[in-house]
Structure formats: structure tokens, C-alpha cells
Design a protein around this ligand. Structure first.
Ligand SMILES: [Zn+2]
Ligand SMILES: [Zn+2]
Length: 836
């Protein structure tokens, strides 16, 4: 248990401010006395100071707004702010995709506030993914807008008696996609006076809308555009995004209309030294005798202690709350052991969820130096203003490059260069990044992926749209054209829509109940046995692998063990416990190919993408020691098989390809399995997902392909776009996969390369060397193949058969079992500060 005790009541007053060393010197001090062969630093990158590039104020920005901006210190806009503002002003949808703290807000505030000043009845809708950001933006607009704008929040926290007032009077409404979906669009008649005057829709931090949730949000925005059009408004969309690959394509797919990107960042950046750090292998061994690295948390704690000793104000970002507490605790222990009791009280952890006043208190304590080191979850990534931190330590890759830069961006001093240290965890993606600085510092390769054509998203969303306003044939173009038409036909057949001469009408009972954050299957409730308290819910799809009887379940950083999983009542009864082990489900998977949408022949290798049916049965679970992954025991489970219809990318290797890879019959299953694991570990580098969103199988002879096959599929009904992104960037993906496996210094496979924490087969068999040779053959064929055109890369799919809308499917069971598999499941996530 941690607290902000020392924040509220510092035992001693702040030390006199002594400037910490510049980044490079800090790093040298941290490494002093380290033997070169023990040096964990794999790369040091200098981020030079980047001076600002300004642009003149657009002539249309009024004097009052300029004056208010000047009062807040904005004397001259940056180039990207003006470029984006001009595009929006001219009526183009625009996405501004620039770095952390580059002032993206001004890009939409200029045209939007100007429109509100020019037309006293105009309105703006602002959507934020988190409450913290929403509140910050509300305050900012409040300070800039004139009194008639009355900016106000309309979200789950808005009291019922204030909602009417907001709807009637506010001209800058701060809300979120959930509220749009459940509150505003279904009641559009009540909102008509706002909706007919919406000049701009602002979508902040739009990279947050990804995967299945992002696909739902894409349709909520299409519904919004359709309703606005009905009332005669054609709002301009202005989006703000982190730096990602191809922001224009991602934003266009999200909004459903062409969006222009502005990416040339004109904001100044303080200098920093950025070190990539990989903890060394230890003498300890884990699963199948694999070597185990020192943990990222242990190294982060050591770094935090060292930096505090150097008087450097430091934030250490850790993935879980429990991890953050343990890093702070370990850092204090290190300081105590060094006789620095004076510094112990100046290290603390922060677990998020505190009130804004407490956050401000933390900011003050860090700024004054009362606190020197804080270990935190991503809760401090956004919505906190800490000027002049000397160092940031990232304990493990936070999941996306956008997030990584957001966290790294917390360090930065105007005068002095700061230090950022990324500590890699024992995982293929972290390992890859530690050894491939280009992937971190070069052109962004990660794309925000959504798939609005997913039938499990599209079908329910068309129902919502029809319930709001009957669907006309002309409306379908926005919702995906042919794919939407095919869906409508099925919805009519299912009795959910009714065809009339004037369009398609919602024919179901009540309103369609669509959870835009869920996968469509019923969630499972987690109940604490002793108190009967509902702790939360887990996704129904993931429940068999995550909350089976005996599973270790992590909820908001606290650990529980499941006493009983009741499938019929969709609940799991748990008790709190912190054992020395974690659990991993083992399952058997069958996969059959339903349809192939695209095929690329690459000599002896062929790549495909299409629809697959996955039958999955969790049959057992293992207890594994935390830290090493050593298998302590295995227990059988009796759970029914389940079906998932989803989208996949798969590679088939002809006999000639297998021969060229010099992999014999006995080595083939392990080689394919190892390649599958590593490729699943690496795909999140190129698509905004994590390995837990993906599943895979590999087999030396798949009955549907007749050859050696590796399949990677989206672990969500109907797909989420991740597998298709893999197909589009196959070469980059497999090159990074090959490099990860080949560069790992372990002998025959470890968690940094080919072992997977969620393998349904207990990481057996795995052939690391064989995987490299298989990947070499595939890459060799890819090298001589022509690159995909942009049009080929953009998957235009044929409508796939959809097995039932709001429920699960029951396709015929495939006949032959696949060899090996990787289970998509729900990882420990810290959903701090989500909007609900
Ligand atoms: Zn390895
Ligand atoms: Zn596996």
C-alpha cells in the first residue's frame, strides 16, 4: 500500500535546489564502475534542442482571441498550428499529428473559437478519450472563449439537472464517444438546436480510438455526420493525434471521409539524452531451462535510487500499480542500504485515481524538490503539468510508441538536457526496440488500426443508426458501401431491420443495446466471495483463459485467486491473495479457413488474408513462478469449446520453401511455432495492438492449405484490423521478427525472442535456429516481390458470411487439430482514467 503521505506532509522541507547534471553526464554517473561487458546500455541517442518555427497569425483570427492568447503566453503560433487551422478554416477535415506538448490544441481552437465569435449561434463538439484531458481542455477553452460560449462538459459525471442547461446554453460541449453513442445521438431531436449548428467536431488524442473500440467510434462518428446532415449541418472534423505512421489514412478511416494530415512539427523541443537499456541475462533459468534476464522493475528501481542520489527529479513509469509500488519500495531499500536515510522519504509511488487536488499537490512536491523520485503508472502520462523533470525511466515498453514518447516527454528542461532511460522487459518487442534504435527514433512505423467493416461492429452500428433515423440507400456509402449493403440484407433476414419504401427501419425491441467497449459477448462478473462485492467484469471472450477456477486474476493492481468460475451465471468468485506464482491457461485450438480475401504469391511462399473460424478449448492451466516463469504445477480444467469467427493473415510454405530453409520433418513444427510466437510479439510494433489481442497457430500440414502454415489472427470476433495491417506491411513485420530472434543472445529460445507467456502448448516445441531459417526464406521471396501498392495494402474486403449478430457462432467443427497455438487473452491492464 502506498500513499502520498510524504506529498501532503513532507517530513523535511525541500532541499535547496541544486541543479542535476545534464543528461549525458547523469548517464555517465549511473554507469560509473560498470565493466564494459556488463553495460546494459545498448544505444544512446541524443535528441538535439529543436528551435521553434513560427508562422504569422492568420488574418481571420480576431483581436480579442489574440489578446487572450497573448495573456496566456502565446505570442506567435507555430507553423503546424497555422497550417492545420487554415485547412480547417477552409473546410477540410484535418488531423494534426505532431509530438507531445507541441500545442495541438491551438490548431483547432483558432478556427473553432473564431467560428463561434463570428456566428453567435454556432456550436462545437469536443471529444476526449479521458476525463483528465476533457477537464484540462474545458479549462483552457474557458479562458480563451468569450462569455457567450459557456463551455461545459456533458459526460457521465454531469449531474442530471445540469444536462438540460448544457444542451440549451453551451456552445462548446466537451463530451466523449460513449456519451455521443448512448446519450446524444439516440436523443437527437432534443439536441437538434445544437446539432444543426455544429461548425466543428474536435477529436482529441484520436490515436486512442483503435481496434474494436476504435471501429465502433468510427461508426459513432458516421452516425453523427449523418444526423448533422439531416439537420442541415456539415461540420468540419479536426483531429489531434500522436505521431504515427500515415495519420491521414487512419483519421480518414476513423471519420469515414478524406482527412488531410499536418505533420511538420514547428514546436521547440528541449534536448535530451535517450538511453536504451537491456537488463543482462542472469544465472537463473525459467521454462525449459531458458535463461532469465534481470527484471525491468529491478533495474528501474536501481536507476530511480541512483538518480535520486544524483539529485535528479525523476519519474519512473511502470506498467502496473503493483509494479509501481514495488519499484518505489525497492528504490527506498537501495537508498537505505547505502545509508541515505535522508532520501528515503523523498521517493514515493503514485497509483492514479486520486483527486485533481492531490495531483496538483504531487506536481508541487515534485517541482519544489520535496519529492525527488516517483514511480507511477501511466496515470501521470497525461493531464499533469510537471515542468523541468531531470529524468524519466520507462520500465518496459508502454505498448505504443505514442505512449512511449508521451512518457519520455515528461522530462525536459529549457536550459539543461534531460535523461530518458528505456529499460526493456524480457519480451520480444522490448528486446527488438532495445537493439533497433531506428524503430524508436526513426520514421514512425506504428499505425492506428481500426476496422469499421468488422461485421460484429458494423451490424450493431447499422441498427443504432436505423433506430436514430431510418437508413436510406444513399446512407450506406458512408458505412462501407457494398459491405454495409450486405449487412443490411442480413439484418433484414434476422428481423432486426424492416425494409420499407422509405428506407430500413429498426424492427427490434426497445433500442439496440450496443456496448462500444465490449466485443459483443456477455461479460463475466468478478465477485469477491467474502464480501459479495462486484470487483469488475472481464470480457466474455477472454474469460475462459483469464478467470477459470484457480486462475490468478489481477484487478486494478490487486491480485485475486478464482475459487469458482460459473459459466452459466457468467461470474467468477474470487478471494484476495498474493501468491509467488501466476497462472497461464493451456488450450487446444482448431482453425479452419472460411474464405480467402487476398493472396500474394511470393515464389515458394504465399501470403493470404481472410476469414477464419477458430475453435478454442481451455483444457488446463499452469502455475508459474513470478519472475522466472518456471512451471510449478499443472491442473486440468473442464471447460467447453468455443468458436470465434475472425480475420487472419497466414503464410503457406511449399515443400520447396521448407527444403530451402533446411528444416527437416522433426524440426519443422518447432521452427514454425517459434516464428509464429516471435511474429505475434512483434506485430504491435506496426499496429496499435498488443500481443494479447492476437492469437496464432502453426502447423506442418494444415488440412485447409495442404502445406506448412503459420496463421496470426485477431482475437476479437470479426477482427480488429491487426492481422490485415500485418498483411499490408508483411516485409517490415517479418524483417523485425527475424532480427529479434537472430539477435537474441540466448542459445535456444527465451522470453526475449521465441517463448511466449501465453502459449497454449507450454512453449513446446520451439526451434529458434529453424525459425530464423524459415523467416530468411520468406524474406528472400519477399525481397524480389514487387511492393504492394497503397491500394493493395488497403484491404477492400468482400462481405464475409456472418454467423449470427449479437451472439456467438457455431460453425462446423474442423476435423484436424493444429499443431501449436497462441492464446489471445486479457492481460493485466491499468484502465486508469477511462471515460465511462
Ligand atoms: Zn532469446
Ligand atoms: Zn505457442
Amino acid at each position: 500500500m502506498t500513499s502520498l503521505r510524504s506529498v501532503g506532509q513532507p517530513a523535511e522541507g525541500p532541499e535547496p535546489a541544486v541543479a542535476a547534471l545534464p543528461g549525458t553526464e547523469l548517464l555517465a554517473a549511473l554507469l560509473a564502475g560498470t565493466e564494459p561487458e556488463d553495460d546494459p546500455v545498448t544505444h544512446v541517442h541524443r535528441l538535439p534542442v529543436r528551435p521553434a518555427r513560427f508562422a504569422p497569425w492568420p488574418a481571420w483570427v480576431g483581436e480579442p482571441l489574440r489578446t487572450r492568447l497573448a495573456e496566456r503566453g502565446v505570442l506567435e503560433p507555430f507553423g503546424h498550428q497555422v497550417a492545420a487551422a487554415e485547412l480547417a478554416r477552409a473546410g477540410s477535415h484535418v488531423v494534426v499529428a505532431t509530438g507531445t506538448a507541441s500545442g495541438k490544441s491551438l490548431a483547432y481552437q483558432l478556427p473553432a473559437l473564431t467560428a463561434l465569435a463570428e456566428d453567435p449561434r454556432a456550436c462545437v463538439l469536443y471529444l476526449a478519450p479521458t476525463k483528465a484531458l476533457a477537464r484540462d481542455q474545458l479549462a483552457s477553452v474557458d479562458a480563451l472563449a468569450d462569455a457567450s460560449v459557456r463551455p461545459a462538459a456533458y459526460d457521465g459525471d454531469t449531474p442530471t439537472d445540469e444536462r438540460d442547461w448544457v444542451r440549451r446554453h453551451s456552445r462548446w460541449i466537451v463530451t466523449n464517444p460513449d456519451m455521443l453513442h448512448r446519450g446524444i445521438l439516440p436523443a437527437h431531436q432534443k439536441w437538434s438546436s445544437t446539432l444543426r449548428r455544429v461548425a466543428y467536431v474536435v477529436i482529441d488524442e484520436c490515436h486512442a480510438y483503435r481496434g474494436v473500440f476504435g471501429s465502433h467510434v468510427g461508426h459513432v462518428l458516421r452516425r453523427l455526420r449523418r444526423i448533422c446532415r439531416r439537420y442541415g449541418a456539415e461540420p468540419v472534423f479536426v483531429l489531434a493525434s500522436a505521431t504515427v505512421a500515415d495519420p491521414a489514412a487512419a483519421a480518414s478511416r476513423l471519420v469515414g471521409a478524406p482527412v488531410t494530415a499536418v505533420t511538420d512539427d514547428g514546436s521547440p523541443r528541449p534536448g535530451a539524452t535517450f538511453a536504451l537499456w537491456e537488463p543482462p541475462l542472469t544465472e537463473k533459468t525459467g521454462e525449459h531451462g531458458a535463461p532469465v534476464r534481470r527484471s525491468a522493475a529491478a533495474d528501474a528501481a536501481g536507476l530511480l535510487a541512483d538518480l535520486v542520489e544524483q539529485n535528479a527529479r525523476t519519474l519512473a513509469f511502470v506498467r502496473s500499480r503493483r509494479g509501481a509500488e514495488s519499484v518505489a519500495e525497492q528504490a527506498r531499500a537501495v537508498l537505505r542500504s547505502r545509508g541515505r536515510a535522508d532520501l528515503v522519504s523523498r521517493v514515493d509511488s503514485y497509483r492514479g485515481g486520486y483527486l485533481p487536488e492531490e495531483r496538483r499537490e504531487l506536481e508541487r512536491s515534485l517541482s519544489s524538490g520535496a519529492l525527488l523520485g516517483v514511480a507511477t503508472t501511466n496515470a501521470l502520462e497525461l493531464g499533469i503539468d510537471i515542468a523541468g523533470l531531470d529524468a524519466v525511466v520507462l520500465a518496459g515498453y508502454p505498448g505504443t510508441l505514442a505512449s512511449m514518447w508521451q512518457q519520455a516527454g515528461r522530462a525536459g528542461r529549457a536550459q539543461n538536457e534531460s535523461l530518458v532511460v528505456f529499460v526493456a522487459r524480457d519480451d520480444p518487442l522490448d528486446h527488438y526496440l532495445a537493439h533497433h534504435p531506428q524503430a524508436v527514433f526513426g520514421r514512425p512505423v506504428e499505425a492506428t488500426v481500426t476496422d469499421p467493416a468488422n461485421p460484429y461492429v458494423l451490424g450493431p452500428q447499422l441498427c443504432c443508426a436505423a433506430a436514430e433515423l431510418p437508413l436510406a440507400p444513399a446512407d450506406l456509402a458512408d458505412f462501407g458501401g457494398d459491405v454495409a449493403e450486405a449487412q443490411v440484407t442480413e439484418l433484414v433476414a434476422d428481423g432486426l431491420l424492416r425494409a420499407r419504401p422509405t428506407g430500413w427501419y429498426w424492427a427490434g425491441r426497445g433500442r439496440p443495446d450496443v456496448d462500444i467497449r465490449g466485443s459483443g459477448t456477455a461479460p463475466v462478473s468478478i465477485i469477491e466471495g467474502a464480501t459479495g462485492r462486484l470487483l469488475g467484469t472481464v470480457d466474455g471472450d477472454a474469460s475462459h483463459a483469464t478467470v477459470h477456477t484457480g486462475a490468478l486474476y489481477v484487478h486494478r493492481g490487486e491480485t485475486y485467486v478464482v475459487d469458482e468460475f460459473d459459466i452459466e451465471d457468467a461470474c467468477a468468485v474470487v478471494h484476495p491473495e498474493s501468491p509467488e506464482w501466476t497462472t497461464v491457461a493451456r488450450d487446444v485450438v482448431d482453425l479452419s479457413i472460411v474464405s480467402t480475401d487476398r493472396t500474394r504469391r511470393l515464389g515458394a511462399v504465399t501470403a493470404h488474408t481472410g476469414v477464419v473460424d477458430v475453435t478454442n478449448q481451455v483444457v488446463a492451466y499452469q502455475r508459474r513462478r513470478i519472475g522466472t516463469g518456471e512451471v510449478l504445477a499443472e491442473f486440468p480444467l473442464d471447460l467447453p469449446a468455443r468458436q470465434l469467427r475472425t480475420r487472419a493473415v497466414w503464410l503457406t510454405l511449399s515443400d520447396r520453401a521448407v527444403e530451402r530453409a533446411d528444416v527437416d520433418e522433426t524440426a519443422l513444427p518447432g521452427s514454425l511455432h517459434a516464428a509464429e510466437h516471435a511474429s505475434i510479439g512483434i506485430l504491435p510494433l506496426l499496429a496499435t495492438c498488443d500481443r494479447w489481442d492476437l492469437g496464432g497457430i502453426s502447423t506442418a500440414l494444415h488440412p485447409d492449405t495442404g502445406t506448412a502454415t503459420i496463421v496470426v489472427y485477431d482475437g476479437h470476433p470479426g477482427g480488429a484490423g491487426f492481422a490485415e495491417r500485418g498483411y499490408a506491411v508483411l516485409r517490415d513485420w517479418l524483417q523485425a521478427t527475424r532480427a529479434t530472434v537472430a539477435s537474441c543472445e540466448c542459445e535456444s529460445g527465451c522470453p526475449s525472442c521465441v517463448q511466449s507467456p501465453k502459449c497454449g502448448n507450454g512453449n513446446d516445441p520451439l526451434d529458434k535456429a529453424g525459425a530464423v531459417r524459415v523467416l530468411d526464406v520468406v524474406l528472400d521471396e519477399l525481397a524480389t516481390a514487387p511492393a504492394l501498392t497503397a491500394q493493395e495494402a488497403e484491404v477492400t474486403r468482400r462481405p464475409a458470411p456472418r454467423p449470427g449478430l449479437f451472439g456467438t457462432s457455431s460453425p462446423a467443427a474442423p476435423e484436424v487439430a493444429a499443431t501449436t497455438d497462441e492464446v489471445p487473452a486479457e492481460p493485466e491492464r491499468d484502465p486508469d482514467d477511462l471515460v465511462f
